[in-house]
Design a protein around this ligand. Sequence first.
Ligand code: NAP
Length: 246
Amino acid sequence: MTNKRSAVITGASRGIGAKTAEALATEGFNVIINYNKSEEAAKNLRDKILASGANADIYNADIGDYVQAKGLMDFCLEKHGKIDVLVNNAGISQIKLFTEISVDEWDEMVRVNLNGVFNCTQNAVKSMISNKQGKIINISSIWGIAGSSCEVHYSTAKAGIIGFTKALAKELGPSNIQVNCIAPGIILTDMMSGFSQADMDAMKEEIPLQRFGIEEDIANAVLFFAAEKSDYITGQVLSPNGGILI
Ligand code: NAP
């Protein structure tokens, strides 16, 4: 056990979560890289962080499953004695007409994207409350604010994360726990790989800063909410989106 701060990042094998884990490790955090299916990628990231002299562990859990999410938080508590920062990043997306979304697809979207946030947070906050400190950073989406056609289930789950953030910030404020939300715009990760070049070009046209976001743009926002400098900020939604939604 060390005095270093510890952070659990869900869905950190790839994309935004992976970059966030790397950034937090570079800042001196002991990081727990959660993954679901991408074991090899998670191991490679851990090895890269360890080789840089920082500290990281990997932990396999489907965060949509309450017992597995508890196992993830317990792993961090056993390893580091506390959870200073929880980044609820893991997510899935799907493009589908509302009329064609099956009940199973709806349930899975909500299970991973929204229940996962509940599962991880509830199992992290008990120790944060005892320690009278903690930071919970939830990754939503601009579509949780504005709504996206053909992503009603995704938009619904992401909007739920914003309500969750605001309500929990009020409840946990007296325990000195900050709960904030990041609502990314369009970020170049595997999640965007299903879009055609024509769709991507059309979306880019709509971005005042004239570029898509990169993983670092979101990792930097996480670093801000994880740092002491943001201690007076809670219940807020920060949207790094290049101006596509103002
Ligand atoms: P990504 O590249 O597709 O990566 C998704 C990550 O989530 C992977 O590490 C994946 O792990 C993990 N994951 C998925 N289901 C999981 C589960 N049941 N349990 C644990 N981990 C799970 O996506 P991304 O673009 O980095 O997105 C990260 C977050 O940002 C998501 O919440 C997403 O909705 C949000 N976001 C993304 C964008 C964007 O434009 N990319 C925009 C707004 C918001 P495995 O590979 O190990 O299964």
